[in-house]
Unconditional design. Sequence first.
Length: 391
Amino acid sequence: MTDFFIDAAYSSVNKYGEELCGDSVEIIRLKDSVIIVMADGLGSGVKANILSTLTSKIASVMMKEGISIFDTVDTIVHTLPVCSIRKIAYSTFTLLKIYNDGRVYAAEYDNPPFFLIKDDSPVNVPKKETLINGKKVQESNFYLNDGDMLAVVSDGVIHAGVGAVLNLGWQWDNVLDYFMKLYGKENYAKNISSGIMEVCQNLYQYKPGDDATAVVVKITKPGIIDLFTGPPLDPENDSAVVKKLMEGRGKKIVCGGTAANIVARELNEEIKVNLDFIDPDVPPTARIKGIDLVTEGVLTLSKAVEKIKAYADLDLKECPANYFSKKDGASLLASMLVHDCTHLNLWVGKAVNPAHQNPDLPVDLSIKLKLVDELKEIMERLGKKVKLNFI
């Protein structure tokens, strides 16, 4: 059975006037699966944040260790007592375990039901109600395939607009309709979760009456990128690294003039500088037959890492849909790594580039290696799988 890539992301907005979100999400990537927990703490602010964080941490760690849902819920119930005034649980939650082959286990406790879309159509999944210490937990098992989308929202999404734009809130069916629109338009989980939050903000008139969170999972086939930067420590390895680069099953990127010269020489191809788009801050790209993107080295890589880091950290108000639409080398590189990549193979030469010995250029090997480490860290934070190969 084919292993899929599980693109998982979430977006949240805090209740108006609160610095902390009362919803908490944990995403843990294991070798064979991804565990996702979305918890909604009672109330808002610091107390709700602590309660939801405790719930999501307990649940994710116990599921990671293979502990049963009964014992997991039992632990949460005993750790977080019932509110003495409102007689309801201090935190609701949804647990998902999604295997690389598409199998899914879901357990829901008092959160809005999850959304499942397959082939442009919503799907209702049969659920079994299990009573655990007086708590009714809805359990289900099903499969996801390439292109399917699974989403979980907190009740702040369902109630968006209550008393303001909408009398009864956004409502589950209306949220589903909007998920369907985004499903047909957006390929990436982060864009879909951000889109849901944007509507929530509008319905709340940018003064949310509750914390709101959307967790989105998109199932895709692996997107492999091989990126070569920097000359190998031993020039005799030039041929071997280019051979490995070209054997890669996905897209190929070369960063750096020396690396580009090595690739062009070994492939017996020309380097053609691309002057169609000039950016004063980023050196121009180039073309080599058989390579998907050729850029300058450290400067372009540095700006691309900045863009990817900013993308990972930005909230929806600051991250427009055309965030990577520019045609400079850094934007093209960042866009490919964010949108086209699930598995990144980095081929990093450890030779000191002679161009970097110019005292007017404050660049050395350690800066390049630090950049590569930063790229690896931020790509893994985005859920990508990264393999680092030093040459």
